[in-house]
Write a protein that binds this ligand. Sequence first.
Ligand code: ADP
Length: 551
Amino acid sequence: MAAGEHENVSPLVFRLHEGSPPVVREVLLERGWEEYDEQEHEEGDWNLYWRTSAFRNSDYENILPWQRMNHHPKTIHITRKDCLTRHLRRMKSAYGTSAYDFSPPAFILPNEYTKFLGVYTRNRTSGKSQYWICKPVDLSRGRGIFLFDDIKDLAYDSPVIVQKYISDPLLISGYKFDLRIYVCVKSFSPLVIYMHQEGLVRFGTEKYSLASLDNLYSHLTNTSINKFGLCYTAYKEQVGRGCKWTMSKFRCFLHNQGVNDLLLWNKISNIVTLTLLTAAPSIPSSPNCLELLGFDILIDTSFKPWLLEVNYSPALSLDCPADVTVKKGLINDIIDLMNYKMIDSFRHKGYLRTRYMRPCCPRHYLRPPAFLLHKTTGPNKSISSNSIRVCPRKETYNTHTYHKQLVDVFLNDEEIDNEESDLTALSQVRQTSRKLASTACKLPSLHVQNHKSPTAPSNRQSKDRCIPPFRVGDFILTFPFNEVTWKASRDEVDVKTVVHEVHKLTSRLASSFSDKERTKMDKRDVVRDRFEALLWGPKNPPLLSEFSSEC
Ligand code: ADP
């Protein structure tokens, strides 16, 4: 579309806060977006605001229907190490240790020093070997972290957590690694979680050894640390140069080793769900937001995955080829997940200005442009002030309502009201919208179904508007995963039911992987379920139900 060809249409606009990753800009420009410029654009004339840090409350209050933001409010709570420890502990005591046994025991110091000392002393007396890792609660990238096995080496001058060190990690050619899993929470209410199939595997660059606890290149897998190691550029047996693999490469590795990774992915997906459940009930609903989180998972020698931490605004810097592959794809899929519609590009030029639409003003009834008002007088009559229902407040005037109304307006002549100014504007919009429909407009392809397997989500999914798409690019819907969890998370999340379902699914999957147990499987639930959820993990994931029904 040539610039200026359609007066009322403009490209989607992104706004990057200072310090945002350059790859976000790169991807959006490649997709034909325009960057927000304070001098050129009106306030509110943007579709995406990306920040590495948290937004202010007022940003949420002022959000307009065509806008999206890359954080939900209050999610920072599960990404601070001490908060996460507290949340998981609370869930453990409410729903049982067996459901929440995926995070290494931890103590928040200085407050819990005496408690820690008690455990340390008991272990010492019983002759158990014990290794601990001390981490500042609010730092990232490995900063301030150290290991110890003797309490005399524990020193700190800011709040820290002291966590049991998983001392038997799975190694590849003697090198420790952990997994960076990218998770997108599309919504907290209802809870909707996607996991990206491509993640990163991050290696230590010196061989793992408990004999040298102070060698950070051997014990920590952060790139920010290892890229300064002497062995970073050297070729390392099997691992290669650098310190990262893509998840695809890791899957290949597992297959070559004869490891059935499906159960592992399912366990990781459960960790993600159970962790997010700790926060979901306290996060306000914000339909225009989504949250990208980085889950750090360590696998031990018995293939048990452990949650090390959850990262807010996970690093999106491009340090190596694996980063480029994974992170560019990730950003593209996030934009698709944001579900922009053509309608979002009609955000200004006279009738969608913030003065009409701003939904934030508490206690005020806002007056949207006349063509968005519901008429009660019939299609061709002029409207009087008492015959219109003004959309009242943010809670009842959400994006979906807005989109529906605008789409109606674009597609249905009878919806046009008689206010002259709006009519002129609207006819331009409609013409443009029709032209756009027939031109190659560079809007995102929504909910792309790359998966060509015959078991991919079928028509059934599109017929049921309520169920979120099972796959968007490389994002796989991991929660809700069946009818029960969908219902349990629709309004106020029913944590107990969800925990129970997660547990049931894992047991079912575990038994479906064991030939001996297959005959014992209960098929009844599966047959009744409309869900055709995919099992996150492999490049072409099978349906969950394939593993829950008789094979
Ligand atoms: P940061 O936010 O500073 O990256 P992490 O908790 O992710 O802190 O820890 C950094 C690295 O330390 C991890 O990537 C992992 O390699 C290692 N690590 C952290 N906690 C543990 C643990 N409990 N057991 C084993 N290794 C750990």
